[in-house]
Design a protein around this ligand. Sequence first.
Ligand code: DAH
Length: 340
Amino acid sequence: MLTELNALKMECEREMSQIESLETLEEIRIRYLGKKGKLTDILKNMGKLSAEERPKMGKIANEIRDELETFISEKKEALTRQQREEKIRSEYLDISAPAKTREVGHLHPLTETKVQLENLFLRMGFRVIDGPQIETVKNNFDMLNTPDDHPSRDPSDTFYVDKNHVLRSQTSPVQIRAMLEYGAPIKMISAGRTFRNDEVDDTHSPMFHQIEGLVVDKGITIGHLKSTIDIVLEELFGEKLKTRYRPHYFPFTEPSLEVDVTCTHCHGKGCPKCSLTGWSMELLGCGMVHPQVLKNCGIDPEVYTGFAFGMGLDRLTMVKHGIHNLRLLFDNDKRFLEQF
Ligand code: DAH
């Protein structure tokens, strides 16, 4: 019996040393020490022992039970601790770690300039109109009083989709669409993409953006034109930049003007960027709407006069932010765009 008891003890300890879960531990406990367990089985044979041996064996059996119980409870404790540590490790949350920030984007600087100008013009009572990027030759040139031999009509300057359609070379055809649809009086602007067969350089790109404006009403003068343009430029650049109006030629305006602002590099002193002139690249063209254009759209030039302008949105944005290369606006490099 003694050998049986010792064997049971060893077997139980060996089994327990291998287990890894509390459930198995409990199962083993029942199997060895439970009411119908192995120990009870052995003790059933107590009756066969002599009266002398019985208390001795009883004592040994109790000792073994105690030892095994201690062993089990120690093992239980160890397993519980181990499980808790594992749980803590798997659910570990370092509240002092820097939070994962969610990157929030913002409008592209070009879109921002467009929205800023649209809002400004809306406040001044202008209508905001959209026009198609594929335009008829009629709207892009004919209706705008462009002579047949005007160089801008040449396929080396303008992208033709077919004989009668071009990728619009300017936003000016939206003026025509607006006058045909709404008649006079009218105050409108329209911003969007324009296309020209230009080589890419610091200030040119085959795709660029313009914002067009048109005001037709009774008694509109060049004074209205100049004050409107001045308001726009002040909105964009503040008062620090000076403007210069130069006579120019456009088929659809008479007289026509081009507007420059002081060079943002040298602030007017003259530097290589502005070819020593002190003035930045031309930013916009404007003028009094040619009577023929009004007539083309069914508006009587004896009753109505108007002014119009077309600004380079990209160039305005460049001057506004001191960007010296137009391409940066189209590359969509986040490192560049994040700066705004
Ligand atoms: N469409 C002209 C261009 O692309 C710019 C322009 C000049 C627009 C005078 C106008 C204007 O409306 O009146 O160069």
